[in-house]
Design a protein around this ligand. Structure first.
Ligand code: F0G
Length: 482
């Protein structure tokens, strides 16, 4: 915490920025919230923004832009080739990561598509601390298999471990030996491990993994989409990083990983994405896919104004006074909830606060989708939209059986530089009410289940009548309040 309060008991995270552009919000009465979630098939992705008070579905593409980012968008150069905007993006990537080689892509999963096409052969394995939904979908589409080697501490919902995204290095070494390097497409480290609660990986662990990859002649890949939060945690939690500048950390990573890719919707406070490498060998190998799938090498499917904003946003990702805001607000929300007894992932990570729904509704079986059910309840209670990160977000096995998630999470993302602390307090208040009324929450069943990435557009309905009962209880407890 950069600024200490005189009255310790009043200490809150203090923003080092002010809001100069605002967007009107609406909060519907509870009866309309009930109607909206049911019309959306209990899928928060299908809710309309006009029906939402706090949009906590993601931190992707919805971060608050700085004055400098908005200003940079006005000078975007949209020449098809040789654009100054691209030169400025390359200069920013050089400043932040110290690399000269960069390819633009339209967002993070586009980079994953290209990496999978170029590097994954049928039957090969991709080793990683943990999968991300789109990463896995691309790798399996190309005939590869994802092997997860996160340290078991990462799957403990609550612990004192500060780097729960770390690889288990023994398992990694064993897996390489058993699989043999020829059968490994690459080793991928996901910074700020998304699906286990935005949990960071230590710098030491990242470098160890990159070293093991090198020793074995296997390609190392860093998914840096959530690196901004991860760097904040390295600086504040890891002894060896305390005296390093943020820039030194980014540079060290780029010096050690063969390929880094990221979504600029997260890292860069903008939209779009990039693939970068210290050694031109890698970007040269991937380059031909850019004009094929994305666009010319100077924009890669991105809109030029987004590239300008990402370039400026990347520079801001070096600034601890900007990058502390997300993690500190998340820690505040997690502590509020934990103090009340609500099961949340601890220590709080980046990206958002994660409700542990296996404990929230402990008697509900995986195949009634506890994380989605709690998400629907939170929306009914507060007009707050989170995202299911549990079994619904998994994909079924080849034979059609459900693959139950390791952790049934409801993610309440905290987009960077967007919410005020009073809104975070409102969120905590409504989640506490849901917790006190958790006995009312029932399960969900599919009414329409897509085969791929079903969490995006699948539809479900309540089992029984619990949602009406929950809304009625809200009305009873809150009177005529929204
Ligand atoms: N890798 C990680 C770790 C991510 O969190 C994401 C996106 C991607 C890759 C894909 O990037 O969206 O630009 O295509 N995560 C978003 C989220 C969707 O809400 O967690 P993208």
């Amino acid at each position: 915490m950069a600024v200490k309060f005189y009255q310790k008991e009043n200490q809150v995270p203090l923003e080092m920025h002010k809001v100069r552009m605002v967007q009107k919000l609406t909060l519907l009465p509870v009866e309309e919230r009930l109607r909206a979630i049911q019309e959306a098939g209990n899928n928060t992705f299908l809710l309309q923004n006009r029906d939402i008070y706090m949009d906590m579905i993601t931190d992707s593409g919805v971060n608050g832009m700085s004055d400098k980012q908005v200003a940079s968008m006005l000078v975007a150069d949209d020449s098809y080739a040789g654009s100054e905007t691209w030169n400025r993006a390359k200069a920013a990537l050089k400043e932040v990561f110290g690399v000269d080689n960069a390819l633009p892509v339209h967002q993070g999963r586009a980079a994953e598509n290209i990496l999978a096409e170029a590097l994954v052969k049928p039957g090969q394995k991709a080793l990683m601390n943990f999968h991300f939904t789109t990463t896995k979908a691309h790798i399996t589409r190309c005939g590869g298999e994802v092997i997860e080697l996160v340290d078991p501490k990462g799957l403990k919902p609550q612990s004192d471990d500060l780097f729960k995204g770390d690889f288990n290095l023994d398992s990694l070494r064993n897996c390489i030996k058993e699989t043999t390097p020829e059968n490994i497409a690459f080793i991928r480290v996901e910074a700020g491990t998304n699906l286990i609660g935005g949990q960071p990986v230590s710098l030491k662990n990242m470098l160890d993994v990159a070293g093991i990859a090198k020793e074995n002649g296997v390609i190392s890949v860093l998914d840096a989409s959530l690196l901004q939060d991860n760097v904040y945690f390295m600086k504040t939690r890891e002894e060896q990083c305390k005296d390093m500048t943020t820039k030194e950390i980014y540079h060290t990573l780029a010096d050690n990983f063969d390929i880094i890719y990221f979504s600029a919707r997260k890292l860069g406070f903008s939209r779009g994405g990039f693939i970068i490498s210290k050694d031109a060998k890698w970007t040269n190998q991937l380059m031909e896919f850019i004009p094929l799938y994305e666009g010319f090498l100077t924009y890669g499917g991105m809109e030029v104004r987004s590239i300008e904003a990402a370039a400026q946003g990347l520079l801001e990702s070096l600034d601890m006074e900007y990058i502390n805001q997300g993690p500190e607000f998340i820690a505040y929300l997690a502590k509020e909830l934990d103090d009340y007894g609500v099961p949340v992932i601890l220590p709080a990570g980046g990206l958002g606060c994660h409700l542990n729904c296996s404990e929230f509704v402990p008697d509900m079986p995986h195949n009634q989708y506890p994380a989605a059910a709690v998400g629907a309840a939170v929306y009914i209670a507060g007009g707050i939209r989170g995202m299911e990160r549990g079994t619904v977000s998994e994909q079924r096995e080849e034979d059609g059986t459900e693959r139950y998630a390791e952790l049934e999470l409801q993610r309440l993302a905290v987009p960077r530089r967007v919410f005020t602390l009073s809104q975070i307090k409102y969120c905590a208040d409504r989640v506490k009410w849901v917790w006190d009324n958790r006995k009312l929450i029932g399960g969900l069943e599919w009414t329409m289940e897509p085969k791929v990435l079903r969490f995006f557009f699948g539809r479900m309905k309540e089992i029984g009548h619990w949602q009406e009962d929950l809304a009625a209880k809200f009305r009873e407890d809150f009177g005529d309040s929204l």
